[in-house]
Write a protein that binds this ligand. Structure first.
Ligand code: GLU
Length: 609
């Protein structure tokens, strides 16, 4: 969500900043801007509402240049989407960008107004620029002013700024919103995500919570939250990013749907041996901790939450480990009971989800003994703050609506079931069966992608609908929820998911020919129950779209369209049935002409509360 890029160099950095912003575009944002300074010691600022291309056009029309610069893509939290509210914000000689939310912006604004500062935006961010200017008057250095400034802030921030009178220095602070320093040769960079800096460097230093940094062409100084100078480890990144390349696909989302067989293969690679998961796959000595775990508390948001819901079915049924799951934004604000021998498991594509990170910190505080994160971004905050991590290895996911991150999370969670279950209820034979089912998945996923053409045709029947219902039972219920979320996210059609047994407790009242009902129906123990639910819908004139195992014996007729999905071991069926639902949302969105990769109002990695 929102992005920051900064650079200090000998050369003009404007193109580095714009390229960096483009690489962060997939996160979703509403406006963008840059501020630069050169030998004239005068801030040049350009801002534009809309895509980064609008900013590029504005700069082409009236070029700016500078050897030090900062740039931002904004996802508005305070103040509407206007040029005046776009970052960078200025206060005389200071230019500043910010990701996050300043909660005490109102009293700070009042205090600064009393001192004579004039505000030109409605953002919470502008108070930081003026406060920084104010502190600069009585501080020996820019970094000292920043240290004094951040002490007065409540809320979350990743922020970078420069002073036109000290033009070869950028300073930055991190609290609740990630920042990474990129190291170059006689030039240095800073960004909210390493992806933005991959064209200029692979050497990175991740700032930690509470860190303040001063970055010049030739030096980096970091201070911890108490103001003490600290050394942070430099890492060589092996992350790849081919954001410029959609290949043969029209959208990143479609590319990412089709990448799933390969992503799942990558998730499994090197982690299974002798009919189970290898002990160290979750980290050194993980088995020593895992053997005593009796309770798992899963915390996640959005799509990751649905992955966690499937895991709850698996953990309790297969591993015999008690499992609770909660939405991070709820968990973090309530008093919860901490069971004995419990582990907290967070799930997040980006590893920077603000609510999930806050929930992890709370869990540690209230007494969870160990923590594990299932995450797609190495070096992210959740990875660094958890005892154990398991990387999903989905590769960079650019489409805002998550696809391959979800299926690789499910695969990872099933491997967690193996890792925990081997110390509990799971027999060697059951472990072998799960491993075989996991290994069969990539090919089955390939087969399910062959449904794309049929689904494209089916999608036409949805395009004029305003509402829809998704049904599933057991571990397919969360898959129905994920299907509904996908349709909402990218086609803007209202979609709800129900556990099929719940229909008669209310939602049946909604059924008519205008409400398509999507059903996921693998051939499992609950099939007969599900069939009864399907009949309940048919009896009331509903039109059904059933994704069914070919042996489940559903037949297409006037009120029911059936699409057959390959037969697969029940344990991994939730992963397989995800694919047709993703394809359905994609094709409906395509017909409706929405912005598939960057749906309205949404952002990729939700680093604000
Ligand atoms: N709260 C700030 C604003 O509304 C920053 C939002 C962001 O993280 O992009 O401008």
């Amino acid at each position: 969500m929102c992005g920051i890029v900064g650079a200090v160099a000998e050369r003009n950095v404007v193109n580095i900043l714009l390229e960096g912003l483009k690489r962060l575009e997939y996160r979703g944002y509403d406006s963008a801007g840059v501020a630069l300074v050169d030998n004239s010691q005068h801030i040049q600022r350009v801002r534009a509402v809309g895509k980064v291309q609008e900013l590029v056009n504005a700069i082409e029309a009236s070029p700016v240049a500078g050897t030090t610069g900062i740039a931002h893509t904004r996802w508005a939290t305070h103040g509407s989407v206007t040029e005046a509210n776009a970052h960078p914000h200025k206060s005389t000689n200071i230019a500043l960008v910010h990701n996050g939310i300043i909660e005490n912006h109102a009293p700070l604004r009042d205090m600064l107004k009393e001192k004579g500062y004039q505000f030109t935006s409605d953002t919470d961010t502008e108070v930081m620029a003026h406060l920084m200017h104010h502190e600069r008057q009585s501080s020996g250095s820019l970094v000292e002013a920043l240290q004094k400034m951040v002490k007065q802030l409540d809320g979350a921030y990743g922020t970078v700024m420069f002073d036109q009178n000290d033009k070869d220095t950028m300073v930055a602070a991190r609290s609740g919103s990630p920042l990474v320093i990129g190291l170059g040769f006689e030039e240095n960079f800073i960004a909210s995500d390493q992806l933005a800096l991959l064209p200029v460097t692979r050497r990175f230093i991740f700032l930690e919570e509470g860190d303040v940094a001063e970055v010049t062409k030739t030096s980096v100084r970091i201070f911890d939250k108490d103001g003490n100078p600290v050394e942070r480890e430099e890492i060589e990144s092996d992350v790849t990013h081919d954001a410029g390349d959609k290949g043969v696909y029209r959208h990143y989302m479609l590319k990412e749907i089709f990448e799933q067989p390969i992503s799942v293969r990558n998730t499994l690679e090197g982690r299974l041996a002798n009919g189970t998961v290898i002990d160290d796959a979750f980290g050194h000595n993980a088995a020593d901790v895992f053997k005593d775990i009796e309770h798992v508390q899963i915390i996640a948001c959005g799509t990751s939450y649905h992955a966690g819901m499937v895991a709850r079915y698996w953990l309790e049924e297969l591993a015999g480990v008690a499992c609770n799951i909660e939405i991070a934004s709820e968990f973090r604000y309530r008093k919860s009971f901490v069971p004995k021998n419990a582990m907290i498991v967070t799930i997040s594509q980006s590893g920077e989800t603000a609510d999930t990170l806050a929930a992890l910190r709370l869990a540690k505080e209230i007494g969870y003994k160990s923590s594990l994160t299932i995450c797609n971004v190495p070096g992210s905050s959740l990875v660094r703050e958890s005892d154990f991590n398991f990387m999903t290895r989905a590769g960079a996911e650019i489409g805002v609506a998550s696809t391959k991150a979800f299926t690789t999370q499910l695969v990872s969670l099933l491997m967690l079931v193996l890792a925990l279950g081997k110390h509990k209820n799971l027999s060697a034979e059951q472990q072998q069966n799960i491993v075989a089912a996991l290994q069969s998945l990539p090919n089955k996923l390939e087969e399910s992608l062959d449904l794309a053409n049929d689904i494209e045709k089916l999608a036409e029947e949805f395009a004029d609908k305003n509402h829809s219902l998704f049904l599933g039972r057991g571990n397919q219920y969360p898959i129905a929820m994920e299907g509904a979320l996908k349709l909402k996210e990218i086609s803007y059609i209202h979609a709800e998911a129900y556990a099929a047994g719940e229909l008669k407790h209310g939602p049946l009242a909604l059924i008519d020919a205008e409400m398509p009902i999507i059903v996921v129906a693998p051939n499992n123990d609950l099939l007969e129950k599900l069939k009864s639910n399907v009949e309940e819908v048919r009896a009331r004139g509903g039109i059904l779209y059933v994704f069914a195992d070919k042996d489940a014996q559903f037949a297409s007729d006037d009120t029911m369209r059936v699409l057959n999905v390959s037969h697969i071991d029940e344990v991994v069926a939730p992963i397989l049935y995800t694919i047709p639902l993703q394809l359905l949302s994609y094709h409906v969105a395509l017909i409706k002409g929405t912005d598939v990769d960057q749906p309205r109002n949404l952002a990729k990695s939700v680093t604000v509360e």
